[in-house]
Write a protein that binds this ligand. Structure first.
Ligand SMILES: Cc1cc2nc3c(=O)[nH]c(=O)nc-3n(C[C@H](O)[C@H](O)[C@H](O)COP(=O)(O)OP(=O)(O)OC[C@H]3O[C@@H](n4cnc5c(N)ncnc54)[C@H](O)[C@@H]3O)c2cc1C
Length: 394
């Protein structure tokens, strides 16, 4: 089986790859998407996905443009209107971001990964401009005079003008393109799960910093909250193995008493955390998007939002080149994408890394710095507005 004459091949149908494929097809391009795993169907009555994301307004704008956001909101999405951050070592120093500070109805939405994933996949199924290769894997790539060829495991060969690598943090495609990464392993995991709290979550994303890592309690539907608790590997393994009563006791101790008693209501899972930045985001006729290009610490909940911003930028540049009748794979197009996104995501990656280092210690100097730093942000409205705008991605 062979299909020639595509404009773009997207490898990976995670949130970022699926959004890229849809967006490119909507520009009028012929697109193929190659995904290793068979996407699962969404069911309203299925247990909630443990992996939830804080989706920024810029990301929901992109999903709205792709026509999938209304279905996501209708199914299960919780807006959050406040974000409250404080330091366990200096409980009086805190910062609160409010949606009204920037005249917005909310700061974003908490949504399950699988809900966005299946909404995007349904849209792909209905999109005639996208050929689906799933389950399938790329086993080889070859540059040709006019574009790039991709060989799949089943022996089929695809030819396109550009290749979009969206195959996640381990990205075999990035390796095939000879792009190396740098960063560090945090030696930590994000422990996730759902809880109920004795007091209402007040549509607030709560985050408490402690030397072992931040603990986020995110407001979700049906008066539930989702936790992302960063802990060193050994500690994470230990709390994952606790029974519900002991887990609740440790969680309450780590979070403090603001929301009252905490009751676990789901299984728990741990995700390893790494800072991983690709040295280049573009190669000859190829670009990287999402976690294939950048994996960052989840403390600011920006991972997938950065990936959606990659997609927005790529679509803008490709749309302009296509409308002008230019080669969408020209170095001028792809290197502009790479330059813009690399500077933005590198800054974000190292900013989150810096925050992790500043708060992830009980050494005297950083501890002395943290309280005044939070207090300063809280007392300066322009600085707060800057942070909220930056986090919203707009
Ligand atoms: C604990 C935790 C909490 C987080 N919380 C947030 C949050 O609140 N907000 C936020 O924005 N982000 C958050 N993130 C980050 C977020 O999970 C990632 O940034 C996001 O999922 C990356 O999406 P992606 O589409 O780039 O990659 P992935 O979701 O990894 O998708 C990659 C896809 O490529 C496919 N694939 C892999 N190899 C191949 C191959 N060889 N051939 C074909 N297909 C292949 C895979 O099957 C997969 O479908 C969190 C992460 C963690 C660990």
């Amino acid at each position: 089986m062979s299909r020639r004459g595509l404009d773009a091949i997207v490898v990976g149908a995670g949130l970022v790859g699926a959004a890229a494929a849809l967006g490119l097809a909507r520009i009028g391009l012929r697109v193929a998407i190659v995904e290793a795993a068979q996407p699962r169907a969404w069911r309203d009555d299925a247990p909630s996905d443990l992996r939830v994301f804080a989706i920024s307004p810029a990301s929901s704008d992109l999903l709205a443009e792709l026509g999938v956001w209304p279905a996501v909101v209708a199914a299960r999405a919780a807006p959050y209107r406040r974000m409250h951050v404080w330091d366990a070592a200096a409980p009086d120093a805190s910062v609160t971001f409010r949606s009204q500070d920037v005249g917005a109805p909310h700061l974003g939405h908490i949504v399950e990964q699988s809900l966005i994933q299946t909404s995007l996949w349904h849209a792909i199924l209905a999109e005639p401009g996208i050929a689906r290769h799933c389950p399938a894997r790329v086993v080889g790539i070859e540059h040709t005079q006019r574009g790039i060829d991709v060989e799949l495991q089943d022996g089929s060969r695809l030819s396109a003008t550009i290749l979009v690598g969206a195959d996640g943090s381990a990205s075999p495609l990035r390796e095939r393109l000879g792009i190396v990464t740098r960063g560090r392993d945090y030696g930590a995991q994000g422990v996730v799960g759902f809880i109920r709290t004795a007091r209402p979550h007040e549509d607030t994303a709560w985050q408490r910093f402690q030397p072992s890592g931040p603990l986020a309690v995110l407001p979700f539907t049906e008066a539930r909250s989702s936790i992302v608790w960063t802990l060193p590997d050994v500690e994470a393994q230990r709390v994952l193995a606790l029974d519900d009563t002991d887990f609740a006791r440790e969680l309450e101790r780590a979070f403090g008493s603001r929301l009252g008693t905490m009751t676990p209501i789901s299984p728990r899972a741990g995700f390893p955390l790494r800072l991983k930045l690709a040295e280049r985001y573009a190669a000859d006729r190829a670009v990287l998007v999402g976690d294939a290009a950048h994996g960052v610490h989840p403390l600011a909940g920006q991972g997938v939002n950065l990936g959606f911003q990659d997609v927005t930028e790529l679509l803008q540049l490709v749309r302009t080149a296509h409308a002008a009748g230019q080669d969408i794979g020209a170095p001028s197009v792809l290197s502009r994408y790479a330059r813009r996104r690399k500077s933005d995501t590198t800054m974000a990656g190292y900013a989150f890394d810096g925050i992790e280092r500043l708060f992830g210690t009980d050494a005297v100097l950083p501890t002395l710095l943290r309280g005044p730093a939070l207090g300063l942000v809280d007392k300066l409205p322009p600085l707060k507005r800057f942070f909220v705008r930056h986090a919203s991605g707009r």
